[in-house]
Design a protein around this ligand. Structure first.
Ligand SMILES: [Zn+2]
Length: 476
């Protein structure tokens, strides 16, 4: 493990953001909860942070070789909407999920379409430096001119050349070479197009992160984050082009942090929206978004996490218990830094020693590569500890929540499962009519009809239990 030392008064933090052509799924959101914990950790240590998360609204090609159609254009054609509508709609969906997961807003959310002239300038400088070549399909970065290409992934470049998800590109010199500019094919007019020294077309995907991060954080900055998949391709290419552009012999970014994937073992909760569930699916199934955040924090960001209904159930139950336990302690005075938390406990000499020890445990855990499971464990232990004072406990809870972001200070109604009292009279009437029909069908020994009605009731979320005195029902 490396120690973190900032290079400037403000820590520059860049997180690769979403391509806004579809709903973000639960796995996508892990990256933003992880970056949020990192940001809270830096705040805990007293570092001012400037956080930038990009919105990719152009440039992400369907094929990984950066050729072919743009994901946004494909989605626009599929949904019969304009590219702008698609981008606006899914950007809002992304922001809704961030807010529901209590992710602190970034300082900037730059959109790729707003930076195309800068991307063209960037690519032109690379061309001047002689690290590119032109093909009819666009301008390409020549990765053989990049010393140490792929160091980030510690990859064996030759092996990666074979293994990469690459498509054949006519004339490309190395399989790892990537498009800086994607030229329009003859006779095809893109929905999103800009003029450039390489003809009409659109920028390559990797370009935007280099250009927008430098524009908003300066040429060199401290930390870059993203999903572990980016460490093999997107970030490797960002580094290659940025270091060629700067050409100053310094590493472009000093620290790279990648979160592992969410593994979907059981897609039961997925419902109709596709194989990978969204946050909205969980909420509809009665889970609180904070239960999903708690589930994520229960694993270390560099470990794969198994997403199962049982695990989310357990997180929801833990959240419910946590809220029940902290509610009587409210209100809390916010404590966002280690220093303030220590001060608030009254200090090690005269203050609450148990509280000081827990605050130190929190600090040790977050300092050890963001060990959120240990923070959760310390929080739970403090809540059971008979030695700690109520005042001290309030400080520990507020400090733990400054790091975890579970909204322990204000969260209510964790259990969103519907109860019968939420139904309107017409719904109750419909359910009772179906149950009466089912009872009638059973009397007439029409079992298939009875089963049909039960299935219909299940769709409405109704669970029937047959008792000696007749059927009873409840909502699942
Ligand atoms: Zn990126």
């Amino acid at each position: 493990m490396q120690d973190f030392t900032p290079s400037a008064d403000v820590v520059g933090l860049y997180s690769c953001g979403p391509t806004v052509y579809s709903f973000p799924h639960l796995g996508n959101m892990r990256a933003y909860v992880f970056a949020d914990v990192l940001r809270r950790a830096l705040r805990w240590k007293g570092y001012p942070v400037r956080h930038v998360t990009n919105i990719t609204d152009v440039g992400h090609a369907v094929a990984d070789s950066d050729t072919g159609e743009d994901k946004l254009e494909v989605a626009a054609a599929r949904e019969r909407r304009s590219v702008e509508d698609i981008a606006a709609f899914y950007t809002k969906a992304f922001f809704d999920d961030l807010a529901a997961l209590n992710v602190l807003p970034a300082d900037e959310y730059p959109r790729a379409t707003a930076y195309v002239p800068q991307m063209i300038e960037f690519a032109a400088r690379l061309e001047e430096r002689g690290v590119t070549y032109r093909l009819p399909s666009g301008l390409y970065f020549d990765t053989s001119k990049s010393p140490g290409y792929g160091t980030l992934a510690m990859m064996d470049v030759a092996g990666q050349r074979e293994a990469a998800r690459v498509d054949y590109v006519e004339g490309r010199k190395n399989k790892t070479d990537f498009a800086l500019w994607r030229a329009e094919e003859p006779g095809v007019r893109r929905a999103m197009r800009w003029n450039s020294p390489w003809g009409w077309g659109a920028p390559g995907w990797h370009l935007e992160c280099s250009v927008m991060s430098m524009a908003l954080l300066g040429e060199h900055f401290d930390i870059h984050t993203g999903g572990v998949d980016h460490s093999e391709l997107h970030h490797v290419n960002e580094i290659a082009q940025s270091e060629a552009y700067l050409d100053d012999g310094l590493p472009w970014v000093r620290y790279w942090l990648h979160n592992e994937f969410l593994v979907l073992n059981n897609a039961k909760i997925a419902k109709s929206s596709g194989p990978v569930p969204r946050l909205a699916d969980l909420v509809e199934a009665g889970y609180h978004p904070m239960a999903y955040r708690l589930f994520l924090l229960g694993g270390h960001y560099r470990s794969q996490l198994d997403f199962t209904p049982e695990a989310v159930d357990a997180a929801q139950a833990t959240l419910r218990r946590l809220i029940a336990r902290v509610e009587p302690l409210r209100p809390f005075v916010p404590v966002t830094t280690f220093e303030r938390a220590l001060l608030a406990t009254g200090g090690a000499v005269d203050g609450d020693r148990a509280a000081v020890a827990y605050v130190e445990q929190l600090d040790a855990a977050i300092s050890a590569d963001l060990a959120t499971p240990k923070i959760l464990a310390a929080l739970q232990e403090s809540l059971r500890d008979p030695e700690i004072s109520q005042e001290g406990l309030r400080v520990v809870v507020a400090a733990a929540d400054a790091l975890l972001g579970l909204r322990l200070a204000d969260l209510e109604d964790v259990d969103r499962r519907r109860s019968v009292s939420d139904l309107d009279p017409a719904e109750v009437e419909q359910i009772e009519r179906l149950i009466a029909d089912r009872t009638q069908a059973r009397k007439e020994r029409d079992w298939s009809r009875a089963d049909e009605i039960r299935a219909e009731l299940e769709k409405l979320g109704v669970q029937i239990t047959d008792t000696p005195s007749g059927p009873t029902w409840e909502l699942r």
